[in-house]
Design a protein around this ligand. Structure first.
Ligand code: FMN
Length: 202
Protein backbone atom coordinates (compact mmCIF):
# COMPACT_ATOMS: atom_id res chain seq x y z
CA UNK A 1 0.00 0.00 0.00
CA UNK A 2 2.69 2.40 0.94
CA UNK A 3 4.15 2.82 -2.60
CA UNK A 4 0.70 3.69 -4.09
CA UNK A 5 -0.15 6.34 -1.49
CA UNK A 6 3.21 7.90 -2.24
CA UNK A 7 2.40 8.03 -5.96
CA UNK A 8 -0.89 9.90 -5.68
CA UNK A 9 0.49 13.32 -4.77
CA UNK A 10 3.09 13.02 -7.52
CA UNK A 11 0.35 12.51 -10.14
CA UNK A 12 -1.57 15.52 -8.85
CA UNK A 13 1.54 17.65 -8.98
CA UNK A 14 2.27 16.71 -12.58
CA UNK A 15 -1.31 17.53 -13.56
CA UNK A 16 -1.03 20.94 -11.88
CA UNK A 17 2.22 21.67 -13.70
CA UNK A 18 0.58 20.75 -17.00
CA UNK A 19 -2.19 23.24 -16.38
CA UNK A 20 0.31 25.91 -15.42
CA UNK A 21 2.00 25.48 -18.80
CA UNK A 22 -1.28 25.66 -20.75
CA UNK A 23 -3.60 28.04 -18.89
CA UNK A 24 -6.06 28.21 -21.81
CA UNK A 25 -6.81 24.49 -21.33
CA UNK A 26 -8.10 25.33 -17.84
CA UNK A 27 -10.42 28.25 -18.51
CA UNK A 28 -13.54 27.42 -20.55
CA UNK A 29 -13.82 31.07 -21.69
CA UNK A 30 -10.27 31.05 -23.04
CA UNK A 31 -10.86 27.71 -24.74
CA UNK A 32 -12.78 29.67 -27.36
CA UNK A 33 -9.62 31.59 -28.26
CA UNK A 34 -7.81 30.67 -31.44
CA UNK A 35 -4.25 30.25 -30.17
CA UNK A 36 -1.16 29.89 -32.31
CA UNK A 37 2.59 30.31 -32.23
CA UNK A 38 3.66 33.17 -34.53
CA UNK A 39 5.96 31.94 -37.28
CA UNK A 40 6.46 32.91 -40.92
CA UNK A 41 3.46 30.77 -41.98
CA UNK A 42 1.09 32.54 -39.54
CA UNK A 43 1.61 36.21 -40.47
CA UNK A 44 -2.03 36.57 -41.56
CA UNK A 45 -3.19 35.22 -38.18
CA UNK A 46 -0.77 37.51 -36.35
CA UNK A 47 -1.95 40.53 -38.37
CA UNK A 48 -5.56 39.63 -37.59
CA UNK A 49 -4.80 39.32 -33.85
CA UNK A 50 -2.87 42.61 -33.81
CA UNK A 51 -5.74 44.23 -35.73
CA UNK A 52 -7.94 43.76 -32.64
CA UNK A 53 -6.02 46.68 -31.13
CA UNK A 54 -7.61 49.89 -32.38
CA UNK A 55 -5.36 52.87 -33.03
CA UNK A 56 -5.48 56.40 -34.30
CA UNK A 57 -4.11 57.23 -37.74
CA UNK A 58 -1.21 59.61 -38.38
CA UNK A 59 0.42 61.10 -41.43
CA UNK A 60 4.19 61.33 -41.08
CA UNK A 61 5.97 63.82 -43.31
CA UNK A 62 9.61 64.75 -43.82
CA UNK A 63 11.62 66.96 -46.14
CA UNK A 64 14.00 64.57 -47.90
CA UNK A 65 16.66 64.74 -50.63
CA UNK A 66 13.89 63.74 -53.07
CA UNK A 67 11.53 66.46 -51.84
CA UNK A 68 8.59 66.31 -49.46
CA UNK A 69 7.61 62.79 -48.41
CA UNK A 70 4.56 61.46 -46.56
CA UNK A 71 3.39 58.12 -45.17
CA UNK A 72 0.21 57.02 -43.43
CA UNK A 73 1.05 55.23 -40.17
CA UNK A 74 -0.87 53.80 -37.26
CA UNK A 75 2.23 52.77 -35.30
CA UNK A 76 2.57 56.27 -33.80
CA UNK A 77 2.80 56.26 -30.01
CA UNK A 78 3.80 58.63 -27.25
CA UNK A 79 6.87 57.54 -25.30
CA UNK A 80 8.07 60.17 -22.81
CA UNK A 81 6.96 63.56 -21.50
CA UNK A 82 10.36 64.67 -20.24
CA UNK A 83 12.01 64.84 -22.66
CA UNK A 84 8.98 64.83 -24.99
CA UNK A 85 9.51 61.73 -27.13
CA UNK A 86 7.27 59.90 -29.58
CA UNK A 87 7.81 56.99 -31.93
CA UNK A 88 6.50 55.37 -35.05
CA UNK A 89 7.79 52.37 -36.93
CA UNK A 90 8.53 52.15 -40.64
CA UNK A 91 8.55 48.86 -42.57
CA UNK A 92 12.03 48.18 -43.91
CA UNK A 93 10.39 46.83 -47.09
CA UNK A 94 8.84 50.23 -47.79
CA UNK A 95 10.32 52.25 -50.65
CA UNK A 96 10.05 55.23 -48.29
CA UNK A 97 11.85 53.58 -45.36
CA UNK A 98 15.39 54.79 -46.02
CA UNK A 99 14.34 58.40 -46.60
CA UNK A 100 12.39 58.50 -43.33
CA UNK A 101 15.06 56.61 -41.36
CA UNK A 102 17.73 59.09 -42.45
CA UNK A 103 15.64 62.29 -42.16
CA UNK A 104 16.89 64.72 -39.52
CA UNK A 105 13.36 65.82 -38.68
CA UNK A 106 9.75 64.86 -39.30
CA UNK A 107 6.21 65.95 -38.55
CA UNK A 108 3.44 63.76 -37.14
CA UNK A 109 -0.11 64.78 -38.09
CA UNK A 110 -2.99 63.25 -36.11
CA UNK A 111 -5.75 62.77 -38.69
CA UNK A 112 -9.39 63.67 -38.08
CA UNK A 113 -12.33 61.39 -38.88
CA UNK A 114 -12.90 63.52 -42.01
CA UNK A 115 -9.41 62.78 -43.37
CA UNK A 116 -9.78 59.22 -44.66
CA UNK A 117 -8.83 60.60 -48.10
CA UNK A 118 -5.51 61.87 -46.69
CA UNK A 119 -4.81 58.47 -45.09
CA UNK A 120 -5.60 56.62 -48.33
CA UNK A 121 -3.64 59.07 -50.48
CA UNK A 122 -0.41 58.78 -48.47
CA UNK A 123 -0.81 55.01 -48.04
CA UNK A 124 -0.79 54.71 -51.84
CA UNK A 125 2.16 57.02 -52.49
CA UNK A 126 4.44 59.48 -50.70
CA UNK A 127 5.55 62.23 -53.06
CA UNK A 128 2.40 63.89 -54.40
CA UNK A 129 1.26 66.67 -52.08
CA UNK A 130 -0.71 68.49 -54.81
CA UNK A 131 -4.20 67.77 -53.33
CA UNK A 132 -3.16 69.12 -49.94
CA UNK A 133 -1.59 72.55 -49.45
CA UNK A 134 1.35 72.45 -47.06
CA UNK A 135 3.47 74.89 -45.11
CA UNK A 136 7.06 74.29 -44.17
CA UNK A 137 7.10 73.45 -40.45
CA UNK A 138 9.62 74.81 -37.91
CA UNK A 139 12.03 71.96 -38.66
CA UNK A 140 11.35 71.98 -42.42
CA UNK A 141 8.88 69.10 -42.63
CA UNK A 142 5.80 69.65 -44.83
CA UNK A 143 2.84 70.49 -42.60
CA UNK A 144 -0.79 69.92 -43.67
CA UNK A 145 -3.72 72.06 -42.54
CA UNK A 146 -6.82 70.82 -40.74
CA UNK A 147 -5.33 67.96 -38.70
CA UNK A 148 -6.23 67.40 -35.04
CA UNK A 149 -2.68 67.85 -33.81
CA UNK A 150 0.81 68.21 -35.24
CA UNK A 151 4.08 67.25 -33.57
CA UNK A 152 7.25 68.64 -35.12
CA UNK A 153 10.12 66.34 -34.16
CA UNK A 154 13.87 66.18 -34.47
CA UNK A 155 14.94 62.58 -35.03
CA UNK A 156 16.16 61.31 -31.65
CA UNK A 157 17.10 57.71 -32.50
CA UNK A 158 16.43 55.00 -35.07
CA UNK A 159 16.44 51.40 -33.89
CA UNK A 160 16.23 48.38 -36.15
CA UNK A 161 13.53 46.03 -34.88
CA UNK A 162 12.93 42.97 -37.03
CA UNK A 163 11.38 43.98 -40.34
CA UNK A 164 10.70 47.53 -39.10
CA UNK A 165 12.72 50.50 -37.86
CA UNK A 166 11.53 52.26 -34.74
CA UNK A 167 11.93 55.98 -35.36
CA UNK A 168 11.98 58.08 -32.20
CA UNK A 169 11.45 61.81 -32.35
CA UNK A 170 11.89 64.61 -29.83
CA UNK A 171 9.00 67.05 -30.11
CA UNK A 172 10.29 70.57 -30.59
CA UNK A 173 6.90 72.17 -31.38
CA UNK A 174 3.30 70.99 -31.11
CA UNK A 175 -0.09 72.37 -32.13
CA UNK A 176 -3.68 71.23 -31.51
CA UNK A 177 -7.10 72.15 -32.89
CA UNK A 178 -8.94 74.54 -30.57
CA UNK A 179 -12.24 72.66 -30.84
CA UNK A 180 -12.95 68.99 -30.05
CA UNK A 181 -13.24 66.92 -33.22
CA UNK A 182 -13.35 63.17 -33.74
CA UNK A 183 -10.12 61.46 -34.68
CA UNK A 184 -9.72 58.90 -37.44
CA UNK A 185 -9.44 55.40 -35.97
CA UNK A 186 -8.21 52.16 -37.51
CA UNK A 187 -9.19 48.68 -36.38
CA UNK A 188 -9.37 45.23 -38.02
CA UNK A 189 -8.22 46.74 -41.31
CA UNK A 190 -10.97 49.38 -41.42
CA UNK A 191 -11.38 53.07 -40.65
CA UNK A 192 -13.87 54.40 -38.12
CA UNK A 193 -14.46 56.95 -35.40
CA UNK A 194 -14.76 56.96 -31.62
CA UNK A 195 -18.15 56.19 -30.10
CA UNK A 196 -18.42 57.11 -26.39
CA UNK A 197 -19.75 54.36 -24.14
CA UNK A 198 -22.64 55.82 -22.10
CA UNK A 199 -22.22 53.02 -19.51
CA UNK A 200 -18.69 54.13 -18.64
CA UNK A 201 -19.09 56.96 -16.11
CA UNK A 202 -16.06 59.21 -16.00
C1 FMN B 1 -4.09 52.83 -41.68
C2 FMN B 1 -2.69 52.53 -42.18
C3 FMN B 1 -1.63 52.48 -41.29
C4 FMN B 1 -0.33 52.21 -41.71
N1 FMN B 1 0.69 52.21 -40.81
C5 FMN B 1 1.95 51.97 -41.21
C6 FMN B 1 3.03 52.04 -40.28
O1 FMN B 1 2.85 52.30 -39.10
N2 FMN B 1 4.28 51.79 -40.74
C7 FMN B 1 4.52 51.48 -42.06
O2 FMN B 1 5.68 51.25 -42.42
N3 FMN B 1 3.52 51.46 -42.96
C8 FMN B 1 2.25 51.70 -42.57
N4 FMN B 1 1.23 51.70 -43.49
C9 FMN B 1 1.55 51.46 -44.91
C10 FMN B 1 2.08 52.76 -45.59
O3 FMN B 1 1.18 53.82 -45.40
C11 FMN B 1 2.22 52.56 -47.10
O4 FMN B 1 1.02 52.02 -47.61
C12 FMN B 1 3.37 51.64 -47.46
O5 FMN B 1 4.57 52.21 -47.00
C13 FMN B 1 3.41 51.45 -48.99
O6 FMN B 1 4.62 50.92 -49.40
P1 FMN B 1 5.75 51.82 -50.16
O7 FMN B 1 6.25 52.80 -49.14
O8 FMN B 1 6.77 50.84 -50.57
O9 FMN B 1 5.07 52.55 -51.31
C14 FMN B 1 -0.08 51.98 -43.08
C15 FMN B 1 -1.15 52.02 -44.00
C16 FMN B 1 -2.43 52.31 -43.55
C17 FMN B 1 -3.56 52.39 -44.55
Amino acid sequence: MAPYTALVPVEIKLHALDNARSPWHRNPMENDMHSFTPDPTRTTDLRRALGQFGTGVALITAQTDEGPLGMTANSFSSVSLDPPLVLWSAARTSKRHDAFASAAAFCIHVLSAEQVDVAMHFAAQGHDFSPYPVDSGPNGAPTLHGCLATFHCDTYAVHRAGDHSIILGQITAAATQPEERDGLLFKRGGFGRFMPNPDADQ
